[in-house]
Design a binder for this molecule. Structure first.
Ligand SMILES: [Zn+2]
Length: 285
């Protein structure tokens, strides 16, 4: 291991080398050579024994693809950039509209009309110039998914439609990438992590919903509305799970679905089982 400057006070309490749970993180053998600026910026992380210098180095080394630069993507990418994730890829084909700003708080009124990926990238670069932001201003189709997903370590679904969600879930399973997926509607949100490429007992998204619902059956936020702060909570929970997966700490949300009802202020977690007959990860695949 390289000298990480233990005399620096910020590291004294939280190198984190004693925590074996972090050895399961996505990015092995990270470079522990930090600049003074990095040590200062990330000192509250490094103080956490569960994160420490190794966890912070894993964040710096990580490449995260965020699909959807909207209401979920706003808090998600802000916290990933603030946390020091090394590279964030943004894919979205929309331009910013006035009606987005009620919940898509990484954007600004002055940027209406700009591609959302460029507006969000500007916000993230201003927050943390050490994070590299890669923008992909296009719709996620199958060819794009197959091209982009292998270039990243972990994928976040912050989209608002079922065809894209299913395409993303299928591609992440087949290409061997962890998918952290959040969704919101009206006053409710849900969140799960999918690692079905690792095999049993990890379920995939089709173990939960074998096929997308028929068009028109489930309304979108554009049709049914959403409380802006609900997207903020779910995007922040999504960021937390992404950081846990990268660092390799805590209990993964794989195999569990978190449900939140904001009106009742009630969280529930239900077990997701891998379906042996699943059309993607089981005998039907
Ligand atoms: Zn499955």
């Amino acid at each position: 291991m390289r000298d990480i400057g233990l005399s620096r006070p910020v590291l004294a309490a939280g190198v984190g080398l004693d925590n074996m749970r972090i050895m399961d993180g996505l990015t092995p053998a990270p470079d522990l050579d930090f600049t003074e600026d990095e040590l200062h910026r990330y000192s509250r992380h490094i103080l956490l024994g569960e994160v420490g210098a190794i966890g912070q180095a894993r964040l710096r080394q990580a490449r995260v693809l965020v699909v959807g630069a909207g209401g979920l993507g706003s808090p998600l990418t802000l916290y990933l950039a603030g946390a020091g994730v090394g590279t964030i890829g943004l894919i979205d084909h929309d331009t910013l509209e006035l009606s987005n700003l009620q919940r898509q708080v990484a954007h600004t009124t002055g940027r209406i009309g700009q591609p959302k990926v460029e507006s969000m990238a500007a916000t993230l670069r201003a927050l943390n110039p050490l994070t590299k932001v890669e923008t992909h201003y296009r719709r996620l189709d199958e060819a794009t998914a197959k091209d982009l997903i292998p270039r990243y370590d972990i994928v976040c679904d912050g989209t608002d439609n079922f065809p894209t969600r299913f395409l993303l879930g299928d591609c992440c399973h087949r290409l061997g990438r962890t998918l952290v997926s959040a969704a919101v509607l009206r006053f409710e949100g849900q969140l799960s992590t999918y690692k079905s490429y690792l095999g049993a007992p990890h379920p995939c998204h089709r173990c939960l919903n074998p096929e997308p619902p028929p068009p028109g059956l489930v309304p979108s936020c554009g049709e049914a509305g959403v409380l802006g702060a609900v997207t903020g909570v779910m995007g922040t929970l999504q960021a937390t799970e992404v950081l846990k997966e990268i660092i390799g700490i805590g209990e993964s949300l794989s195999g569990r679905l978190l449900l939140w009802d904001a009106l009742d202020t009630r969280f529930r977690t239900i077990r997701l089982k891998r379906d042996p007959a699943c059309s993607l990860c089981g005998a039907g695949g």
